[in-house]
Write a protein that binds this ligand. Structure first.
Ligand code: PGA
Length: 270
């Protein structure tokens, strides 16, 4: 089956209501930004905002502020998670946090394999597969990041690379558990650069990933795994990117740091 056929089938199933699981995610990744005062004023602003029911609104702060999220978002629709975790219950792992500790503060999502973790901290697919598996076993939704660098994009060399990232990263998860994974396609050349992938590039790559997921994990699973896009998403481009086929949401760095811009992005998606 080629990408065009897959697209038609998915569209048809959506229209007919056969495919129910097209949840939409708006996820803010705060990386290593913000101090306590800034976190509180952000939360004060977003708490009173009326986010529409249909989207999942998720913020991923630095670990140190999770307690504020737990304290202040108890009755809010906003969910939150961690930017990383170590796949052990507990132990002598200086500098790491476990999924137990993340859960202790109500975190329900974890970013796994962000390109900054892969490139700056040398995390490879084998370690990442353990992290994904630890998340699934403990009821945390992994947001598993994949994405090629500029060189691979320019040489049109990225398809096999993305496949190997998915295959290896998800190698310890099987069956229905795979349906609890979220994939974030984040081309490295678009992260923090202000240059987003064009809607056409996003559509081509997302449909390619969708096609692969269906071939690899079967219809039932391949069609429902959300595929988010990340890389210089902002209020000005979010709508055209959301209209690209195959986009189930966004992982947003810089533009999620400011409450007004985060709210504006969400308003555009309503
Ligand atoms: P950006 O970051 O939106 O600032 O490009 C995205 C990310 O790193 O997840």
């Amino acid at each position: 089956m080629d990408v065009k056929e897959i697209r038609e089938i998915i569209r048809k199933e959506l229209v007919e209501g056969i495919l129910q699981t097209q949840d939409f995610y708006v996820v803010g990744n705060w990386k290593m930004y913000k101090n306590k005062h800034e976190v509180i004023s952000f939360l004060d602003k977003v708490i009173s905002h009326d986010f529409k029911e249909k989207n999942h609104i998720v913020i991923i702060p630095p670990f140190s502020y999770l307690y504020l999220f737990e304290e202040r978002l108890r009755y809010s629709k906003i969910e939150y998670g961690v930017q990383n975790l170590y796949p052990k219950d507990e132990g002598a792992y200086t500098g790491e946090i476990s999924y137990r500790q993340a859960l202790d503060f109500g975190a329900r999502y974890a970013i796994v394999g962000h390109s900054e973790r892969r490139n700056i901290f040398n995390e490879d697919n084998s370690l990442l597969s353990e992290k994904v598996s630890a998340c699934i076993k403990n009821n945390i939704k992994p947001i598993f990041c994949i994405g090629e660098d500029l060189n691979k994009r320019q040489n049109n060399d990225y398809h096999d690379f993305l496949i190997s990232q998915i295959r290896e990263g998800l190698s310890l998860v099987s069956g229905k558990d795979l349906q609890r994974v979220i994939i974030a396609y984040e081309p490295i050349w678009a992260i923090g650069t202000g240059v987003n992938a064009t809607p056409a590039q996003v559509e081509e790559t997302h449909m390619f990933i969708r096609n692969f997921l269906i071939q690899e994990y079967g219809d039932e699973t391949g069609k429902v795994i959300p595929i988010l896009y990340g890389g210089s998403v902002k209020p000005a481009n979010v709508l055209e990117l959301a209209l690209a086929d195959g986009v189930s949401g966004f992982l947003i760095g810089g533009a999620s740091l400011d409450a007004d811009s985060f709210i504006e992005i969400n308003n555009k998606l309503n």
